[in-house]
Ligand binder design. Structure first.
Ligand code: SAH
Length: 385
């Protein structure tokens, strides 16, 4: 590596960018395991290399002696599972959260007996057979599915693909979450099929939705909305631009006996929030869970404008003394900046906010100090005065 290293590398973050490397000895073939050294020849770690990617090396271990083989992946998965069991997970969890589990670019979600995985870099993709065999040894799963239909793979020279990594199975499954049942569409749902990261946050709405008229924008499969119904809301209206998401939300309402309470509309939430705040509609609780408005540093400002806009509209729709439940899922907007944006919106809406809770993602997606990309989800509940 070059003499001067970044704070990120210093904090042990496993990515080594090509422009941080001083020289390459020998031939670095895509996907192979290489050793990385500091400028003074001290050992940094072993990782997989991809000369086609801006992230030249992603470190797998700091231990020079550790063999990277099938057993390595078995041990890592086992460790990750015992960690999650220790912090209370039994049925569903993100089993592997990439970097935070020292397995860069690997995502594995466990939905009871089913597993969905993503291998998002060349060097981890190669180990897919070892990872699948480790899952089989540890869990004897009913099914394993690959959701590698994601554009980031192309930055690594990998094709987008999805399909079974076990014998085929019915990919429409039902999971239990916080005492509710939820459909998960492993094959066609977004990302791995279900957003487990809001698992604890969904429970956080329990008290404020009792007897309330609730509006939920960006509902996807209606996870927050179904929870609101389950926790005793008087009425729930969920919005999503995708017809398919709205259909899934309705199925989840039916599955939980909440057809009379939870209603859904397929609309553009930006338009609806704008129009309805003009019309003077009022709700006891408004919930917002938009997609990441940015994936790159260049467009952060645009994202902030988007967050400000929907939160401003959302606040206007909240009755005095009601609640706004608002999330942001991009690590490019860090928690302080998110709070700042919400406060700017409050100022424009001429409303005062009282914070009920400010949380991150569930603890099966661990945050590592100094590794910004592990700290990505913001979840805020405020009373709107
Ligand atoms: N609350 C959900 C996750 C929401 S993901 C959960 O907990 O599972 C974001 C959702 O926003 C996606 O379903 C996407 O279809 C929807 N979306 C994106 N742009 C939108 C828009 N302009 N209006 C309404 N919905 C939109």
């Amino acid at each position: 590596m070059k003499r001067k290293i970044s704070r990120r590398v210093e904090s042990g973050h496993p990515w080594i960018f090509a422009n941080e490397v001083d020289k390459v000895e020998g031939e670095a073939l895509g996907g192979e395991i290489v050793n990385v050294f500091f400028h003074d020849k001290k050992f940094v770690g072993q990782g997989y290399v991809n000369p086609k990617s801006q992230i030249l090396v992603r470190l797998l271990t700091r231990d020079r002696e550790e063999a990277i083989d099938e057993n390595f992946f078995y041990n890592r998965l086992k460790e990750a599972w015992s960690y999650r069991q220790r912090i209370g997970y039994t049925e569903n969890c993100r089993l592997i959260f990439g970097e935070a589990d020292y397995l860069p670019a690997l995502i594995i979600d466990k939905f009871n007996d089913y597993f969905v995985l993503q291998t998002l870099a060349l060097g981890i993709d190669r180990w897919k057979p070892a990872i699948v065999s480790a899952l089989e040894r540890i869990f004897q799963p009913k099914g394993i599915y690959e959701r590698n239909d994601v554009p980031v793979r192309e930055l690594e020279g990998l094709p987008q693909q999805k399909g079974f990594l076990s014998a085929p199975f019915d990919t429409n499954i039902v999971i239990n979450e916080n005492g509710l049942k939820m459909h998960v569409d492993i094959e066609n749902g977004q990302k791995t099929g279900y957003f487990l990261d809001q698992h604890d946050n969904r429970r956080a709405i329990q008290h404020i939705v009792k007897g309330a008229d609730v509006l939920g924008a960006f509902c996807y499969t209606g996870s927050f909305e179904t929870h609101a119904g389950f926790y005793g809301a008087k009425s729930v209206l969920g919005l999503d631009i995708s017809e398919n998401a709205v259909a899934q939300s309705r199925r989840n309402a039916t599955l939980n006996g909440l057809d009379n309470i939870c209603k859904y509309e397929a609309v553009n939430a930006f338009d609806a929030l704008k129009q309805w705040s003009k019309d003077g509609r009022q709700y006891d609780v408004v919930m917002l869970d938009p997609p990441a408005f940015t994936k790159s540093r260049e467009t952060i400002q645009k994202a902030i404008t988007g967050y400000k806009e929907i939160n401003l509209r959302g606040m206007k729709l909240v009755k005095k003394g009601g609640f706004l439940v608002t999330s942001s899922c991009t690590n490019l907007v860090q928690p302080e900046l998110f709070l700042e944006t919400i406060n700017m919106a409050a100022k424009d809406a001429r409303r005062r906010l009282r914070q009920v809770t400010f949380q991150a993602q569930a603890s099966d997606h661990p945050i590592i100090e100094g590794w910004e990309n592990t700290n990505y989800l913001k979840f805020l509940i405020v009373q709107v005065l």
